[in-house]
Design a binder for this molecule. Structure first.
Ligand SMILES: Nc1nc2c(c(=O)[nH]1)N[C@H]1C(S)=C(S)[C@@H](COP(=O)(O)O)O[C@H]1N2
Ligand SMILES: [Mo]
Length: 335
């Protein structure tokens, strides 16, 4: 495996961490397949993977070490602590309350797993659980996650670009959209069999992207966070992360990815089309019908009195990388 050189939006430099954490990470990464025979990591890529977090709490970075496009008004980015990333969740298959995914997903079985790539492709294929971690070089990416409910986090993901996965399947000329599907397993996912727990959503949860959005290098298939495999409540074993769109596009626990010719149905659009569009790009100028999208509550280690209300940025601050995808579109109409 080869790790590519970091792009502008990826990590540039990292801090040294202490020995114990380094060793913990190393054994974990070994388990995840980073360090097997034939693995080739450049020293800068190793720094990106191993040396980032000196403890499992929020850590401050200067904008020199992280590149956040259009974030000039913020001096620094503070990672959301791991214990908030994995305890404040939206995963309606395990209940609609923020605390329920953690409480109700702990028995969730992720191995064996099958992720199938099919549809308008020349080479459909299926990945097993182990292959999710070994078929593509894993990178660490720190992204902001902006929920449509106006809270946000900064999360260090592990994963690979969706583009790499799609290219392996060789999409044909009819492949205009990509449709994603979450596991349907009411025995394991109580929200799928209880209207009360599951919020009245028609399961399985489905999402979609236009092919050019899917191929954008920012679009990530994530298999881990904070240097570990994903907890069930965050979408184990594999989920999508589209950092310039509202969080509901970042579908969890994916079993199917299908290349299709027409715009596929998406869960929240189907449920409330006036409130949630197919595109769902973060846009401070287009309010949700029931609340403003101009600002957000950034979830940090701070308590109740932390000053954590911040301005929301167009495309969640990733405009430099993605605004071109929408250059001739009316973003009020295509919300
Ligand atoms: N299958 C599925 N995927 C999902 C959801 C869900 O309910 N089911 N919730 C979405 C929403 S609204 C958000 S904000 C993010 C939250 O991801 P996190 O819990 O890892 O922060 O997951 C998204 N992916
Ligand atoms: Mo969300």
């Amino acid at each position: 495996m080869l790790i590519k050189k970091p792009k502008s939006y990826e990590l540039k430099e990292n801090k040294v961490t202490d020995e114990k954490i380094y060793q913990d990470r190393r054994s974990l990464l070994k388990k995840m397949g980073y360090l097997g025979a034939g693995t080739l990591l450049s020293s800068s890529a190793q720094a990106g993977v191993f040396d980032l977090f000196s403890k499992d709490e929020a850590k401050t970075f200067s904008t020199k070490s992280l590149t956040f496009a259009q974030d000039k008004n913020r001096d620094e980015q503070i990672l959301t602590p791991e214990n908030k990333v994995n305890s404040h969740n939206n995963f309606y298959e395990f209940g609609t309350k923020k605390s329920q995914p953690l409480e109700l997903s702990q028995g969730f079985k992720v191995d064996p797993w099958q992720l199938t790539i099919s549809g308008e492709v020349d080479k459909p294929f299926t990945l097993s659980y182990d292959e999710l971690f070994s078929q593509f070089p894993l990178e660490e990416r720190i992204y902001r996650l902006r929920c449509v409910e106006a809270w946000s986090m900064v999360i260090p993901w592990l994963g690979f670009s969706l583009a790499q996965l799609l290219k392996k399947a060789q999409p044909n000329s009819r492949a205009k959209y990509v449709a994603f599907e979450t596991l349907y397993d009411p025995k394991q996912m109580p929200g799928q069999k209880s209207r009360r727990l599951g919020g009245g959503i028609k399961y399985p949860y489905v999402e979609g992207l236009r092919i050019d959005e899917a191929m954008n290098p920012l679009t990530l298939m994530s298999v881990g966070l904070y240097g570990k495999t994903l907890p069930p409540q965050n979408g184990a074993p594999i989920r999508l992360v589209v950092p310039w769109k509202y969080g509901f596009k970042s579908i969890k626990s994916i079993v199917g990815i299908k290349l299709v010719e027409r715009m596929p149905p998406t869960t929240w659009n189907r449920l409330a089309p006036k409130e949630y569009g197919f595109y769902a790009n973060v846009n401070p100028e287009v309010d949700h019908p029931r609340w403003s999208q101009a600002s957000e509550r950034r979830i940090t280690s701070g308590g109740l009195f932390a000053r954590n209300r911040i301005e929301t940025l167009p495309f969640n601050g990733y405009g430099e990388q993605v605004a071109d995808l929408y250059k001739n579109m009316n973003l009020r109409k295509y919300y």
